[in-house]
Structure formats: C-alpha cells, structure tokens
Design a protein around this ligand. Structure first.
Ligand code: GLY
Length: 389
C-alpha cells in the first residue's frame, strides 16, 4: 500500500478514537452534572412545612410550601425516581420520609389536586415497594377526591375559589388526578373510582377541546343542567389562547386514561392533542415551548420547561401504545435538550432542583423562568420511561 494511503487510514483511526473519547467524555460530564443536581435534592432538610416548590435565582431563594399545596407530591416523587435511576438507597430513605409528610392530605376535600399530591408521592413509592400503608393512603385519598364528583356534570370539581362567578369549574389539569382513582380501583377492587375517572375523562373530552385540538383551560358548568356555560382561562394568555402546560396536561391525561381504559377515543384525542403541540409554528426548534403558544411577545416570551417535561414523558408512553416513531424521536430530542447545560441548573446553584426555565403562573407574574418542582418530576419520569424502552 502506498505510504500516503497508510497515512490516511492512520488519520481516520485517530479521528475515530478522538471522536469516541469526546462523546464518552461529554456523556460522563453530563451524567456527573445530573448526579450533582440529585445530591442537592438529597441534602435538602426534611421539614413538613418546607416542600420545595420553586426558586428564584437572583438572589437564590427557595419557595417552600406545606403539604396542602398542590405541588407537595412532586419532591418526594422525584426522590423515588432518582432512587430508581441510581439505585442509591439514600434517595429511597429520603423519599419515604418526605412521602410520609403528605399523608395528612388524605382527608383534605377542599382540593382536586389529590392525585398530584398523593399519587406522585405514595404512588411512586408503591412502584418501588409493595407497602400496605401506601395502598391504604391511596384508597382513602381516592374516596376523598370522589366527594368532589358531581353526577349531573359528570366531573370532579376543580377549584372552590371564585365561586360567585364560576359555579362549577373544571380545569384540564384535573385529568392528571384520575391516575389516583384508576389505581385505587386496582388496589381495592372497588370499581366506583374507575367509573368516576372514566366519566370525568369523557366529559372533559366533550367540552375542553377546540376544533383544532387545542385546549380550553377552564370549563365552567351549570350544576342543574350539567351543561358547560363558560370556557375561559386562568393561567393562559387569554381565553382563546393555548397555554402550553395545559396542552401538556391534555396529552398526558388522555394517554394515561387510555392506559387504564383502552378507550380508543382517548388514544385518538391524545394523538390529536400531541399533533397540535408538536406541529405548532410557534414551537421553538429545540422543542421547549413558550409558556403560551399565543403570547404576542414570542420569540421574547419566557419558555416553560415544565410543559416540555410533561409532554416528553407522555410521548414515551404514547409511542408505546402506537409504535409511531414520530413520538419517540420528538421525545428523545426534547429530553436531550432538557438534559443539557441550557436547561439544567448549574452546579453552583444550591436549591433542590434540576431544571431551570419553567413558568408557573404568567398572568400573576409568579414563577417566571425559574426552577419548579413538577418540571423535575416529569423530566425524571421521562428519563425512566426512556430507559425502560
Ligand atoms: N395545575 C396547576 C398548574 O399546572 O400550574
């Protein structure tokens, strides 16, 4: 062989070795960084009044809430998920300690957020270990949640505030609370929970979607006739806009409802809702949405990494049901982008969070472009779902 040719082969081999090494290096830097963020969650002191909900970064200040806040289940749930990802027993112990602090919510009938609180904590714990106490808490909480069901409307009431204007408000987010009910039937054998969940999902299917499969945030019902009488927003830009996380709750909610019911209408709606989201002209190239698809400030509007995490996790499950690779590729792309220095919190930040750039409540100018606990929860769930494929 000509010496010039040897040289070319030599360069090619060296190039390949260097590229593999850089890839490995990049991979290990990235996992080291994630591990560092996990450590911050572990070192956060257990305290019943201080569930970490979000944090401002400049100056650093963690927004702490008691267990009655709708977000209390996410922090224990994230610790269970980190345990599943790492196998490190310290996370399991911490997860159990935080989970126990949510038990006092099982009789709280003033909220529809029971699923977020109890299923994301006790439900995650139950996936790790067969625990009768966890099962009892889930069933008791499901009983409490069902007291908010109105059979004329065919839905579980979401909020009690604003009752002089909103007779019976139901928000699309409420779809996520149904997982607690479906599981309560599996645990107890009592089909009441499952039936209420399925009825709620059918009512939401009928009334929350626009013709283009975008979602109204709040539907207000007449409790006598059961008919919808107002379709408005609470956290979106305006009544007719598409709030990104609301669209995410819809994709996740109908994919999950299909898991338990195998109702093809639920799967069809999950796919149509995902299509609207994935193909929207205002979705940025990296797949992390602006907080609302119709904010006129786009491209200068804040992003919502929590919506991206909710959707990514849902799309892994949707891919499992459909084998449609469009969902898989999209989910992989967004997960990689979230798991990068642009969205992961820097090591120097001390708060117990993983991701940055979520938007909680834009109309109230609250939690704009900051770390929020539910973004971490659904991000970790997406990592686990990807791993399980
Ligand atoms: N469930 C309330 C929210 O998504 O902000």
């Amino acid at each position: 062989m000509h010496s010039k040719h040897y040289f070319k082969v030599f360069i090619l081999v060296v190039g390949l070795l260097v590229s593999c090494n850089t890839k490995e290096q990049k991979k290990s830097n990235q996992s080291i960084k994630l591990e560092h963020r996990y450590e911050k969650l572990l070192s956060y002191k257990v305290d019943s009044l201080s569930f970490p909900r979000s944090m401002s970064l400049n100056p650093e200040n963690v927004h702490k809430v008691p267990s009655k806040d709708w977000t209390s289940g996410f922090f224990p749930g994230s610790l269970w998920q980190i345990y599943k990802l790492t196998g490190d027993e310290r996370y399991k112990e911490r997860a159990a300690a935080w989970t126990a602090l949510v038990e006092n919510q099982k009789y709280n009938d003033k909220t529809h957020d029971m699923g977020f609180k109890v299923y994301c904590s006790f439900g995650e714990g139950l996936k790790v270990e067969d625990n009768q106490f966890y099962k009892d808490v889930i069933v008791e909480s499901a009983k409490t949640l069902c007291t908010r069901f109105n059979s004329n409307v065919g839905s579980i009431r979401s909020w009690d505030f604003n009752s002089d204007i909103w007779e019976f408000p139901v928000i699309v987010d409420n779809m996520l609370n149904l997982e607690l009910l479906f599981e309560a039937t599996k645990i107890s054998g009592d089909s009441t929970f499952h039936k209420i969940a399925e009825t709620h999902a059918n009512t939401t299917l009928k009334n929350h979607f626009r013709a283009d499969n975008s979602i109204y945030h709040v539907v207000v019902y007449d409790t006598i006739s059961g008919a919808p009488k107002m379709k408005v927003t609470h956290q979106g830009f305006n009544d007719e806009s598409t709030w990104a996380r609301g669209q995410g709750w819809g994709i996740y909610g109908y994919t999950m409802a299909y898991r338990y019911t195998k109702n093809p209408a639920f799967l069809k709606q999950a796919e149509a809702t995902a299509k609207f989201y994935m193909e929207h002209e205002n979705l940025p190239e990296d797949g992390i949405p602006y907080w609302d698809f119709n904010d006129p400030a786009i491209p200068n509007a804040p992003r919502d990494a929590s919506a991206a995490a909710v959707v990514t996790s849902a799309l892994y499950e949707l891919y499992g049901f459909t084998q449609n690779k469009v969902y898989l590729y999209f989910a992989n792309k967004v997960l990689n982008n979230l798991n990068s220095s642009k969205y992961l919190l820097d090591d120097t930040v001390n708060g117990p969070f993983i991701l940055n750039h979520s938007t909680g409540n834009w109309p109230k100018n609250d939690e704009i472009d900051e770390p929020i606990s539910y973004a971490d929860y659904y991000f970790l769930e997406a990592l686990l779902r990807k791993k399980a494929l």
